[in-house]
Design a protein around this ligand. Structure first.
Ligand code: FES
Length: 79
């Protein structure tokens, strides 16, 4: 297990553990990721992690060579 610096869409930076669930990590960071099915099929939870779209409900915090991840919401925040 190692930790990684995560920059959230609101600009805050927290330290997360690689391999943790994105939704749990976001929740602990006070960031709301919208969800729907929680099973990987609806896409409501999509976020961009260092520019790559992932579905947060079925993904975990990855390791990164740079030691830093930047998270953006993949969809327009109309929720
Ligand atoms: S909540 Fe439906 S794909 Fe993640």
């Amino acid at each position: 297990m190692s930790t990684i610096s995560v920059r959230w869409p609101d600009g805050r930076v927290t330290t997360e553990t690689t391999g943790s669930d994105w939704l749990l990590s976001a929740n602990q960071a006070g960031v709301s990721i919208p969800t729907g099915c929680l099973g990987g099929s609806c896409g409501a939870c999509e976020i961009e992690v260092n520019g790559t779209v992932v579905r947060a409900c079925i993904s975990t915090v990855p390791a990164s060579k740079s030691g830093q991840l930047t998270v953006e919401f993949a969809t327009d925040p109309h929720w």
